[in-house]
Write a protein that binds this ligand. Structure first.
Ligand SMILES: CNc1nc2cc3c(cc2[nH]1)N=C(N)NC3
Length: 376
């Protein structure tokens, strides 16, 4: 058997932690940001560029890949890592969230969820067992349980029903995962997902029940769906004391740089969000100076680069004027450059957070970072 999944905490600063997750395919420095590679690609980026800008792990989606090109086809092609030329760790979401947000004519039952594909209307069934089977066929290193995601705001009775169904699905996912072919050989992990909407008691119940199921890591789900940041942070603070301290904590779908620094402060180790990639394709840049809308005419004659101090060459060299021109012209190169610039900034922020925690100066780092965003 190869080395099992391990999480080592190297240093702490308050409730924040820095360390590394070790898998046979590589290590993940935490706190970590995972670029989203939904359909087996980080849109507009070559995988070697995503690696060069500092990503240790990518995210893929069960929902999208089961519809197209199909999990069995990916397995026949040697798995997701080989097919997309990313030999490093991959985390896959289970489809729980995407079915809620994308699929049509969804029907939830104890058995699972049936739905129609948003691509061609074909009908599918996703059960806890099939969600784990698909993630195994993809060759995913860190897999997610199937859960039922509810839209916020949500009546407590509905949130309780969905959270308890997700707990029963968690048991079934765990049972299926433990006999998944290749699990031990590849040191794979399965994460439970804490649900419970914005109800503290439901969140605590979910966290405690999942902690008894001995997952390799724990996600906080059902957030980053439009709730105010203070509600998100309150739910993180509610859940954290009831999750195993020694296992990774993953906040799904988060978020802006400000969301991330505040969640790191509260003990979150892993993040994923489409923000840097999607915003890049729409002309928005994240930087040490805050957000820039490169569609804005004020950039049309600005010869300065985004950030002369950046480790990422395009951030240091391409003028704002040229990037404005590419964005206004709808040029593909504009999407490519801004996606890389944004992902590079997110990785620079994560590296800064990791070092600040290791040197016990996280509060100062966050204060200085926020000052930079505010200065513009
Ligand atoms: C964009 N916000 C977001 N919130 C999420 C919440 C969840 C998720 C993905 C998310 N993305 N995946 C799950 N399987 N469950 C919870």
């Amino acid at each position: 058997m190869s080395a099992p999944f391990t999480f080592e905490i190297a240093a702490r600063d308050g409730t924040a932690r820095t360390g590394r997750i070790v898998l046979p395919r590589g290590e993940i420095r935490t706190p970590a940001f995972m670029p989203v590679g939904t359909a087996a690609t980080v849109k507009a980026m070559h995988t070697h560029e995503v690696r060069a800008l500092g990503a240790d792990i990518l995210l893929g989606n069960t929902y999208h890949l089961m519809l197209r090109p199909g999990a069995e086809r990916v397995a026949r092609l040697g798995g997701l890592h080989k097919m997309m030329h990313w030999p490093h760790p991959i985390l896959t979401d289970s489809g729980g969230f995407q079915v809620m947000s994308l699929a049509k004519l969804r029907k939830i039952s104890e058995k699972g969820v049936t739905f129609q594909s948003h691509i061609d209307g074909a009908r599918y069934e996703l059960t806890p067992e099939r969600a784990i089977e698909i993630q195994g066929l993809l060759g995913s290193d860190i897999q997610m349980q199937l859960d039922e995601c509810v839209r916020l705001p949500c009546p407590d009775v509905e949130a309780a029903r969905a959270m308890r169904l997700s707990l029963r699905w968690a048991e079934r996912c765990r049972k299926t995962f433990l006999v998944q072919p290749g699990r031990e050989e590849w040191g794979r992990a399965l994460f439970g997902i804490v649900q419970g909407a914005a109800d503290r008691a439901l969140r605590v119940e979910s966290a405690r029940e999942l902690s008894d199921m001995d997952f390799e890591g724990y996600s906080i789900g059902g957030l980053a769906v439009g709730e105010p940041q203070d509600v998100m942070l309150e739910m993180i603070e509610t859940v954290m004391p009831h999750l195993p301290d020694a296992k990774p904590h993953y906040l799904m779908g988060v978020g802006t740089p400000d969301d991330i620094v505040e969640a790191v402060r509260r003990g979150v180790d892993m993040f994923d969000c489409v923000m840097p990639t999607r915003a890049g394709r729409h002309g928005q840049v994240f930087s040490r100076f805050g957000k820039l809308n490169l569609k804005n005419a004020r950039h049309a004659d600005d010869p300065r680069p985004i950030d002369e101090a950046s480790a990422w060459e395009p951030t240091r060299t391409y003028s704002r004027a040229y990037l404005h021109h590419l964005v206004k012209s709808g040029e593909i190169l504009g999407m490519m450059l801004l996606t890389g610039i944004n992902l590079a900034y997110y990785q620079e922020l994560m590296a800064g957070l990791r070092l600040a925690i290791a040197e016990s100066r996280l509060d100062d780092f966050i204060a200085q970072t926020k000052e930079g965003w505010a200065r513009g």
